[in-house]
Write a protein that binds this ligand. Structure first.
Ligand code: C2E
Ligand code: CA
Ligand code: CA
Length: 307
């Protein structure tokens, strides 16, 4: 790692620090390399620090919130909710979960973040269930699911919040499930023993082995929204969606189509045997209070269902 005096710093300390930054980058790029210090390197390092500081503050200052999106049946009755993460950043406004999860990943904060989400969602579930027993879906990140103590952590949070495990459904992506299928089978079974259900999220985007899919003790697969939003416009997507629905039927799994934005898309899905839907056609993700007020006033009553 190389830094120049006086261009890259005016004190010995500064020069050494910058040479260090350059050395780390050189090492990242493999052995036996050389890297000059640049202001870009410094910016990246500062950005990482800033992000980490921001996210730590968010975790402690209640800037993280969950919004909820409804899942409905063909009569548009609500059969479930999905919790989706939002960051109310003091300067940037609402930050999307993808950006937030990326920062969490880079700064090693994804485990505390995932735990925070579980706790918030379980507390909300208790509030929702005191009114109606609606199943609640929570997204679980890959690192979080991979943790050996994941099931124990969840059990502790359930005990602490007194949330009903039978109303909880964890969504793991297809790639998370297929990363280590044997472990996934065991873990999902352990969740099941707790009473917690599991869905495979973003189905169609990963590389599932059908043999493993059949062994996973899951109850639902969710067709990825990238296929559903384009179902009418893109003729390539329709057969994929049809195939997923028919596969789910043969495996005796429920199937939810997500990203349903139009009446046409819903009709297509209905024709092909899909009975559960999620998407902007039925409602955008909203704050829990807002959503509950809306449901109470709605013409589409809530179907209270413990499956
Ligand atoms: P996802 O699990 O596939 O969640 C559904 C996403 O689709 C949400 O985006 C939702 O707002 C969006 N969506 C819903 N209906 C429609 C529609 O009709 N059309 C279109 N185009 N989009 C629709 P969001 O909230 O930005 O979340 C993005 C992703 O971030 C999620 O995708 C999920 O993978 C991840 N995520 C969100 N919350 C959490 C969390 O608490 N933990 C973890 N690990 N991941 C989360
Ligand atoms: Ca999801
Ligand atoms: Ca999804």
């Amino acid at each position: 790692g190389i830094a120049f005096f006086p261009g890259d710093g005016t004190t010995p300390n500064e020069i050494l620090k910058h040479a260090d930054m350059a050395m780390y980058r050189a090492k990242e790029q493999g052995r036996g390399g050389v890297q000059f210090f640049t202001s870009g390197l410094q910016e990246a390092a500062y950005r990482r620090l800033e992000n980490e500081r921001d996210l730590r503050q968010a975790l402690s200052n209640e800037q993280l919130a969950l919004v909820y999106q409804t899942q409905v049946n063909p009569s548009r009755q609500i059969i479930g909710l999905e919790a989706l993460l939002r960051w109310r950043h003091p300067e940037l406004g609402l930050v999307s979960p993808e950006a937030l999860l990326q920062v969490a990943e880079e700064t090693g904060l994804s485990l505390p973040l995932g735990e925070h989400v579980l706790r918030m969602a379980c507390r909300d579930l208790v509030a929702i269930a005191s009114w109606r027993p609606v199943p609640l879906a929570i997204n679980i990140g890959q690192k979080q699911f991979r943790q050996p103590e994941f099931v124990d952590r969840l059990r502790a949070i359930l005990a602490e919040t007194r949330a009903d495990p039978r109303l909880l459904r964890l969504e793991i992506t297809e790639s998370t499930a297929m990363e280590n299928p044997d472990q996934a089978v065991a873990k999902i079974q352990a969740l099941r023993d707790l009473g917690v259900g599991c869905s495979i999220d973003d189905f169609g985007t990963g590389h599932s082995s059908l043999a493993y899919l059949q062994r996973l003790p899951i109850d639902t697969i969710k067709i990825d929204r990238s296929f559903v939003t384009e179902i009418i416009a893109d003729h390539g997507d329709a057969p994929i969606v049809e195939a997923i629905i028919s596969m789910a039927r043969h495996l005796r799994l429920d199937v939810i189509a997500e990203g349903v934005e139009s009446r046409e898309a819903m009709d297509f899905l209905l024709t092909h045997g899909c009975r559960q839907f999620q998407g902007f056609l039925f409602g955008k993700p909203a704050a829990l209070d807002e959503l509950l007020d809306h449901i109470r006033a709605s013409e589409h009553p809530l179907l209270s269902a413990v499956r």
